[in-house]
Design a protein around this ligand. Structure first.
Ligand SMILES: Cc1cc2nc3c(=O)[nH]c(=O)nc-3n(C[C@H](O)[C@H](O)[C@H](O)COP(=O)(O)OP(=O)(O)OC[C@H]3O[C@@H](n4cnc5c(N)ncnc54)[C@H](O)[C@@H]3O)c2cc1C
Ligand code: FES
Length: 253
């Protein structure tokens, strides 16, 4: 069930130049979270940002009732959030959207930029099923790839950067082990990256889920600002997604 509630920040960790991680404590018992679900964060302390900002759930500690979010500073809202410190509160609407299916025995989880964030908890859900996923993380440079050590503890890690500063020099879809031996693919990141991944998966007859990051406002299917054209008509990414079967999404075809 959706909740609107104040979490308390128990740790704030800077991750390179662009990202920071907030681990936040629920005051009581947290709702169950599916991998790929997201939260809508209220940005307090400025009149310039009225709307909540959607952020993926990076990690979940159900025993401690804690969530971790990883946020990239791109504009006024995320800049304001970056000033939060331990002990501050963060008002969330959560959990939102439909998550990944956790399908397959040899999954490839592909992330780019902030789209890397939801893959850690997804990987942990595969691990619970006894499946070791392969992560393929990409970014323009090493600074835009984060949490590599956490990913390495639960799966096999491949990295590709546009400038070659970390891992393979090139796009994720050019990585020599892209599409090696996988039976299911999950992707989250920039649209061109997800489209390329989805097309390769379709050509090889492999199932592929994509997590779309359309701009959002209400986050609950009321304002229609996040719709995406699909084979089933225009669907709200916040409510029907953000995770979709790639074959049904027009922008992935
Ligand atoms: C389901 C979902 C999950 C997300 N998860 C994360 C996450 O885990 N970590 C994270 O750092 N970011 C995530 N994002 C993106 C994040 O919501 C935006 O970066 C944030 O809302 C920007 O707010 P701002 O006020 O800082 O920027 P604004 O001032 O609103 O915009 C600054 C710039 O960022 C662009 N921008 C804004 N929102 C988006 C978006 N959704 N996609 C692409 N470009 C955008 C704008 O066009 C503009 O150029 C997610 C988005 C969605 C929809
Ligand atoms: S953000 Fe309002 S309908 Fe999706």
């Amino acid at each position: 069930m959706k909740q609107v509630i104040d979490f308390t920040i128990v740790s704030r960790v800077q991750m390179g130049t662009h990202f920071f991680a907030l681990t936040i404590q629920h005051p009581g018992k947290m709702e169950p979270i599916l991998p790929g679900q997201f939260v809508e964060v209220a940005v307090r302390g400025t009149r310039e940002v009225m709307l909540r900002r959607p952020i993926s759930i990076h990690d979940v500690d159900a025993e401690k009732n804690q969530l971790t979010l990883v946020i990239q500073v791109v504009g006024k809202g995320t800049q304001q959030l970056s000033m939060l410190k331990e002990g501050d509160t963060l008002n969330l609407v959560y959990p939102l959207g439909h998550g990944f299916g956790v399908i397959g025995e040899h999954p490839l989880l592909v992330g780019g930029g902030a789209g890397i964030a939801p893959l850690l908890y997804l990987g942990k859900c595969y691990q619970l099923r006894g499946v070791r996923p392969t992560f393929l993380l990409g970014g323009r440079s090493a600074e835009l790839v984060f949490a590599t050590q956490s990913f390495e503890t639960i799966g096999d890690l491949l990295v590709a950067t546009d400038d070659g500063s970390l891992g393979y020099h090139g796009l994720v879809t050019e990585h020599p082990q892209f599409m090696d031996r996988y039976d299911h693919i999950c992707a989250c990141g920039p649209t061109p990256m997800m489209r390329a991944v989805a097309r390769s998966a379709r050509e090889r007859g492999i199932g592929c889920e994509v997590s779309l990051e359309n701009m959002m406002a209400c986050g609950i299917g009321a304002c229609l600002c996040c719709v995406t054209p699909t084979d089933k008509g225009n669907l709200c990414v916040c409510k029907e997604g953000p995770v979709f079967d790639a074959t049904m999404v027009k922008s992935m075809q």
